[in-house]
Design a protein around this ligand. Sequence first.
Ligand SMILES: Cc1cc2nc3c(=O)[nH]c(=O)nc-3n(C[C@H](O)[C@H](O)[C@H](O)COP(=O)(O)OP(=O)(O)OC[C@H]3O[C@@H](n4cnc5c(N)ncnc54)[C@H](O)[C@@H]3O)c2cc1C
Length: 384
Amino acid sequence: MTYRAVIVGAGIAGLAAALRLYRIGWEPVVIERAPARRSGGYAVAFFGRGYDAAERMGVLPALRDRHFGAVDMIYKKADGRHRFTVPHRAVQALLGDRGLTLMRGDVEEALYEAVEGKVAIRFGTTLTAVKQNQDSVCVELDDGTVLDADLLVGADGLHSTVRKLVFGPEEGFRRDLGHVVAAMRLDHLPDGARERAFTTVTRVGHIFMIANLGPGRTAAFFTYGVVDPAAELAKGPRRALTEAYRDVTWAAPDLIRGMSADSVYFDSVSQIVADRWSDGRVVLLGDAAWCVTLFAGYGSSLAVGGAELLGTALLRHPDDVPAALREWEAELRPEAEERQAMGRRNTGSHAPANRLDLLKRDLPLRLAALPPVTRWMRKHLRLH
Ligand SMILES: Cc1cc2nc3c(=O)[nH]c(=O)nc-3n(C[C@H](O)[C@H](O)[C@H](O)COP(=O)(O)OP(=O)(O)OC[C@H]3O[C@@H](n4cnc5c(N)ncnc54)[C@H](O)[C@@H]3O)c2cc1C
C-alpha cells in the first residue's frame, strides 16, 4: 500500500519532508503558493540535528559543496570604521566540524535537487479548506482540485494557512519578540564590505549585516527593536529602514535607496507557541509549528531535523498516523522549546537594547579566538 501526503510549502521544511517521505516509500505532493521556487535568502548556520539528518538523508554532500568554509566576522562603526574582527579560524572553532555556513537558498536548492523529478510540486497553488476523518484528510485547493491523503503537512511558514484552517487564527499562537527583520540578496558587494566575511554594524537596538559567501553570494540583513511590529511593517521596508537606520552612514543608505520592495523579506521576528503540533492527520512542521526565529539561529537545522524525524515516526507507525505524529512531537518538542527559549534570551545579544548589552555581547566576541572562550560560547550558543 502506498501512503499519500500533501505538503503545503516548498521551503526548507516542506522540501525536507517531501524528500524524507519519498525515501520511506510515501507519495508526497507539494503545494506552493509562490509561482516559482523561492531560492533567495540570507546566511544561515546549519548544524546539530539538521546536519545529522542531512547526512542520513544523503543531502550532506550537496550542502558541503555549497559550504564556503568559515568566514571572518568583521564589526564596524556606523560610519564604516573598523571596530574588531573575529577571525575565520575562531568562527570555524565555534561552529565545529559538523557545522556549515550557507545561504538559506543553498539548503533549499540542495533539497529541491534531491526531490526534483521524484515528487510533484504544484507552484502557484494554495489550499482553501481541510476536512478529515479517521481514515483520510481531504485538502481543497484554490484551483478547485481536491486531494485525498493519509497526511497533511503544514510547512507553510510563520503565517501558515494550514495552522489557521485547522488550529485557529495566527494571533492565538504568535509571540512577537519586539523586532522586525529585513533581508535581501545583493547583486554586488558594497564598498568597504569584504569577500568571505560577515560585516556587521551594531547600534543600540539595531543590527545591519552584509554577508558574503563567495562570488555572487551576498546578502544584507537588518534587524531592530520596535514597540509595535505591525505598525512598523505597515510602513513598508524602504520607509521603515530609512527611518530606523538614518544614523548608519556606511553602505546602508545606498542599499535602502536601491532596494526593490518586492525582493525584500520584511517581517516581524515572532515565535509560534502551540501546545500541540498535530490534529488527527494534520501536522505542522518548521516555522509553522515553532518558529524559533533568527535569534536562535537554528530554524533551518530544526526544520530539516524535524522532517527527518517525522519520517522515522511514520515508519514506526505506518497504520496509525495520529500516533506517529504524537510520538514525533514528544521527541522533538523539548529541543524546539529549548531553542525558542534561547531565541528569546538572545534577542538582546543580536540587537543589544542598551550600551551595557552591547558591551556584554562584544566582550566574548573579541575574545572568541581564545580556546576557553570558544568552549564557553559553543556551550552558551548550543553550537553542537
Ligand atoms: C534573517 C534570517 C536569518 C536566519 N538565520 C538562520 C540560521 O542562521 N540558522 C538557521 O538554522 N535558521 C535561520 N533562519 C530561519 C530559517 O530560515 C527558517 O526557520 C527555515 O528556513 C524554515 O522555514 P520553513 O520552511 O518552515 O518556512 P518558510 O521558509 O517560510 O517556507 C514556507 C513556504 O511555504 C509557502 N507558503 C506559505 N503560505 C502558503 C500557502 N498558504 N499555500 C502554499 N504555500 C505557502 C511559502 O511561499 C514558502 O515557500 C533565519 C531566518 C531569517 C529570517
